[in-house]
Design a binder for this molecule. Sequence first.
Ligand SMILES: Cc1ncc(COP(=O)(O)O)c(C=O)c1O
Length: 395
Amino acid sequence: MPTRTLLAALPDQKPDPLLALIKKFASDDRPGKIDLGVGVYRNAEGKTPVMAAVKSAEHHLWETQDSKSYIGPEGDPTFVSLLAQEVFCDGMVTENLAGVQTPGGTAALRLSAEILAHDNDRSIWIGTPTWANHNAIFATVGLGIKTYRFFDPQTQAVRVDEMLSAFESAKCGDAILLHASCHNPTGAAISAEVWSAIAEIVARKGLIPLFDNAYQGLGRGFAQDVEGMHTVLKAADEAIVAVSCSKSFSLYRERTGAAFVLGNSATDVARGVANFAYHARASYSMPPAHGAAVVATVLADAGRRKLWIDELASMRSRIFEIRTELTNRLSAYMPQLAAVADQEGMFSLLPLTPENITHLREVHGIYMPDSGRVNLAGLRIEQVDQVSRAIGQLL
Ligand SMILES: Cc1ncc(COP(=O)(O)O)c(C=O)c1O
């Protein structure tokens, strides 16, 4: 029989290193093991609880929801418009802004990648390091990827000059990927001056910013976390914003997010949304309803919204407390690490070698990926001392 193999011809795919780390952690039976790898928020007891506002919304939905019929590729328009009020500022929510509900921030990025790739002369500029999936998402749709060095782990500083000169060398119509806040994996924050400098280049060169807004509320404050993004969006002719509700609402497995386009006219953004819907239809058809219904139920009710905002604030302050305590101790070993205190969100990228990371795992039961990214929310306050000593000796 003639053969033209299917499976044997496929490329080998390496398992996701974070998923491999989860498996290793699960099979470690030392009672004091510590997981700083997985990118989810954990409370002081090491749990990732359902937020109280989410529970209340789910209860309300259970009582009132009367259909599980299809919701369409664009998802729930009420969710999209309530979320837009939270992500964008006054004056930005106009007929020149429109969006669709997506299965998490990942699908929002994927739909964004699809419409960006329509122009096969367009590249996207990505600072390194970045969230590991960014490259895969843009490469999958065939978008040209150009990289620049965003961060220096030794000095813990953003390489502002390299970033700005990369944007200067981009072509009109190229896209630039920006993390709205809480940069994953570095935690590095961009100052208001640098956001303004980015905005100026975007406007002058006609670049298309694509914002990945996956951690709003876990950085400096719910509104503050998007101020830099607003500066750039106001300067841009056209832009895309991918929103994830996974972290901000602790809805990880409910796959809740949205993709927004900002353009020059209602007709243009409607075309953008129609293209999002086309790509949604051809891949996952339509987003799951539950998470978005929960978010809409939280945001539509002043009491639930306040409960959620307060809980988000307490998550933020727990991360901040761990960050401060860890920085105080680590900077005694390596003064440059004082900068970790000024970073934001759940992550920081420590200057550790893969050998250091193996040592931490094997000798101390402290788990993190080979990049040296630590999830500060994985730490309980009483573990900070022990972890700082173990890491400090390797710096
Ligand atoms: C920077 C960044 N963007 C997007 C996402 C995607 O989130 P979601 O789980 O909503 O797809 C993540 C998740 O870890 C992330 O870290």
